[in-house]
Design a protein around this ligand. Sequence first.
Ligand SMILES: Cc1cc2nc3c(=O)[nH]c(=O)nc-3n(C[C@H](O)[C@H](O)[C@H](O)COP(=O)(O)O)c2cc1C
Length: 164
Amino acid sequence: MTVLVAYATHSGATQTLAETLAATLGAEGLSAELVDVATDPDPSAYDAVVLGSGVRIEAIEKSAVQWVTGHRAALLERPMAFFSCSGSAADPAKGGKQKATDTFLETIGFSPVAVKKFPGWVLMDKIPLHERLLLKSMRTPTGDFRDLPAVEAWGLEIAPLLAG
Ligand SMILES: Cc1cc2nc3c(=O)[nH]c(=O)nc-3n(C[C@H](O)[C@H](O)[C@H](O)COP(=O)(O)O)c2cc1C
């Protein structure tokens, strides 16, 4: 049972969540391979897929949307789970709602076997100056909001769904 764990990231948080997921799935006996979606991995070479993407300006990374669109037929033939990694997932005031993930799911036009919104990090030393200024002007809270035990727990939850 092989699983592609593909991720789209700008500042690295999504990659760390994907690494945690790949390790959890591996410990559950699945053969998980971690790949940057920018390298355009072929989903038809795997039995199942997990895709993770960072959120920027209320949207899932373009590379993730393009990858799903380009490989839609193969992704429809195998279980795919999706997670987003954002600043807003750390904000209880949002009540679990997120425009980026909702729009992404509408755009791809099919339902993954599981969907999760995880908090990432907003670390000024990991983003370019113009983005720092943007985030400062928006008074975006900064810090490392990742919850890796929650990512591991989700990995345990989706392992049987991916195995079909
Ligand atoms: C320029 C910029 C825009 C962002 N826009 C949003 C946003 O619209 N909504 C949100 O919840 N988080 C937003 N974030 C926070 C990111 O989602 C968060 O930093 C996440 O960890 C990014 O994933 P990555 O590190 O894998 O790129 C933004 C971060 C940056 C740097």
